[in-house]
Design a protein around this ligand. Sequence first.
Ligand code: COA
Length: 339
Amino acid sequence: MAAVITGLGSWLPSRVVTNEDLCANLDTTDEWITTRTGIRERRMVTGGLSTRDLAVEAGARALKSADESTVDAVVVSTTSFDRLCPAVAPEVAHLLGVDTVAAFDLTSACSGFPYGLATSAGLIAAGVARKVLLIGAEAFTTLVDPGDRNTAPIFGDGAGAVVLRAGEPDEPGALGPFDLGSDGAHADLLAIPAGGSRQRSARNGLGFDTVPTRDWYLQMAGRPLFVQAVERMTTSTRRVLDRIGWSAADVDWFVGHQANVRIVRAVAEELQLPEQRVAVNIDRVGNTLAASIPLLLNDIFDRGGLEPGQRVLLSAFGAGLSWGSTALVWPDIPIDAVS
Ligand code: COA
């Protein structure tokens, strides 16, 4: 049995923040951000919008694309929960009108979508669910210090989702072999130190918060992460290609997590994939963590580039460290424009 993609949907909040907008309050330039990352603008939540709201919008579009009104499980992959507790997925399921089904969150930062695909495929293989709605949703800019030039230009908000159903391994849309991995020795390269059980907020005897403000926000060591991202995504995608029996020449689209256009291009170069087969939307959305891959699939589709029968290689890398890749032949499904 295989897990087969039958629907895709995505959603972006309407507020566009350009590099020029950021420069007003940050010691940076449009030229630095564009040349070092490939990002020109990103979307950001505003007016009380949260991860839940983004997830519901993307989830509804994926259900419509799959022509389904219900599923057996809702999985939300996110690292920007609405609250530390409870998980956001049960509320998302409720708002989508699929109450009482299995619903849980999965946290794997930027590799959240491949991890979510593998988990959803596992639910199907185990007979727990015949249909799963997997949503990658992030309002991650709320966890980034707007005054930190190392991180503020990089991230954006958004959501993307797929519907998966039980099917046959040789059907279009069937997820191929997975390669998942992690390396916790480098856990500190990308982290939000405070908020969890290790570092809760507390008042000392003088009434001051004992947690330094910067610890509430994302801290990132960009350069070593860059090196790890290229290495891990290259090795992981090679393993998937070996297992599925494709050569690089067989790949129509490399859909790599959008953390930095230079990372995606470096992986493509290692794999000897020509530039026109490398999907890129980071210029318009930034790094949207678990939403990155479904947003990118939707983006290629919107621009008329993603066709049924094409061979797609997916890969992502992120905090943890963690990474994951898979491949599939794209199915013939109706998809709405992303926003
Ligand atoms: N504007 C202007 N200058 C900036 C800047 C900004 N927004 N951010 C950093 N700089 C400066 C640094 O202070 C540094 O200055 P120095 O040489 O005087 O110390 C210089 O630019 C180079 O910084 P560095 O961090 O080495 O730049 P880089 O070329 O590695 O690019 C990243 C930085 C973050 C874009 C890049 O390392 C990256 O994309 N890393 C991977 C990030 C990632 O994958 N994150 C998520 C995992 S999914």
